[in-house]
Design a protein around this ligand. Structure first.
Ligand code: HEM
Length: 157
């Protein structure tokens, strides 16, 4: 079995935890953004800054993963022979990379340019990411428990 390197495994799980943090931490960035739009007084608290910093870290992590993948440094997709599943897995994985890059980029444009369009895209992409992550998690559980192959293990330390 070809395994992911320790760095790739670290980046994968660190990204997972950072994304969870973005969704679960009550940053209050939505309210501060609204105040900025209305030209009212606002204060950028630590959690709002953290939301932006964590988002920036996610971009760096995803760029490194995409770069490693495009340079052939990541293991090949482990096929169970079904071409349609392989294509689906590829679509979900690349969509996840795309959404994980677009989320922080649109968040940054919304914040720095006070762009409502970018804010709307930032909002729209959130459930899209959740659906993609759900499919990804269900697929890996299916591999582990139903097909009993080592796909899950190779993304572990
Ligand atoms: C993958 C990275 C990111 C994820 C998963 C994410 C996720 C979220 C979530 C769940 C919210 C709503 C909850 C809340 O108000 O705290 C939100 C709001 C917001 N985020 Fe992000 N964010 C990311 C990156 C960024 C970055 C890098 C910036 C700015 C530099 C940013 C700017 C904003 C703004 C301005 C809002 C308020 C407007 C809105 O409700 O859409 N985000 N983000």
């Amino acid at each position: 079995m070809e395994k992911y390197s320790k760095l790739q495994v670290f980046l994968h799980w660190a990204t997972f935890i950072l994304v969870l943090f973005q969704f679960l931490s009550p940053s209050g960035i939505g309210e501060v953004f609204k105040l900025r739009l209305e030209n009212k007084d606002f204060e950028v608290g630590a959690l709002v800054s953290l939301h932006m910093a964590v988002g920036t870290l996610i971009i760096l992590f995803i760029f490194s993963r995409v770069w490693m993948r495009l340079s052939g440094l990541e293991p090949q997709y482990q096929s169970n022979g079904q071409r349609s599943l392989k294509i689906l897995a590829r679509i979900v994985q690349f969509s996840m990379y795309g959404v994980l890059l677009l989320l922080p980029i649109t968040g940054g444009i919304a914040w720095f340019q006070l762009s409502i369009d970018a804010r709307n895209i930032h909002e729209f992409l959130r459930p899209v990411l959740l659906v993609l992550v759900l499919i990804h998690v269900l697929a890996s559980l299916f591999h582990h428990f139903v097909q009993k192959n080592s796909i899950f293990k190779r993304m572990w330390f």
